[in-house]
Design a binder for this molecule. Sequence first.
Ligand code: PNS
Length: 165
Amino acid sequence: MRLAIYPGSFDPITRGHVDVIARATGVFDELVVAVLVNTRKAPSIEVAERAQMIREAIEEELGPEAAAAIDVVTFEGLTVDLARQRGATSIVRGLRALSDFENELAIAHLNRKLAPDIDTVFFPTGIEHAYLSSSLVREIAAFGGDVSAMVPDAVARRLREHHRG
Ligand code: PNS
């Protein structure tokens, strides 16, 4: 059984993240989507809600069969510690463009130093999602813009509720 962990801030999850999740489930038997509690980026959405948005998005966008092979958890601390705890053999990350590569390569090398038995597997995000980022989505949503093409429907609904106040 091949289990992978997909860590991230997911603040909020975008259609690009969903694309990576869908493709990772084609390669791995089980996927743990791990939502980081305290990120260096001071998250705008509370971690439990970020995780709930991911569960709703997976169910709605990928369907119940895919959802059955995906666990969504929140975590604090090192990704490799959670990976070991869960028995994961791989860490999944998405790459949108060359600009992501430098940082992602550094994280992958450092994680490999910490846990030589766990490898990082990169999925190039679908080209139609290559321009997406959670921070731009947050900015557009904060000014009342329509983010429905950028995030799963479940997330668009919740962002609208957030910004209605
Ligand atoms: O979605 P993000 O913010 O790009 O995700 C970054 C993340 C969560 C993958 C990274 O910050 C991380 O793994 N944090 C957990 C702490 C950790 O393991 N740090 C060591 C990696 S060098």
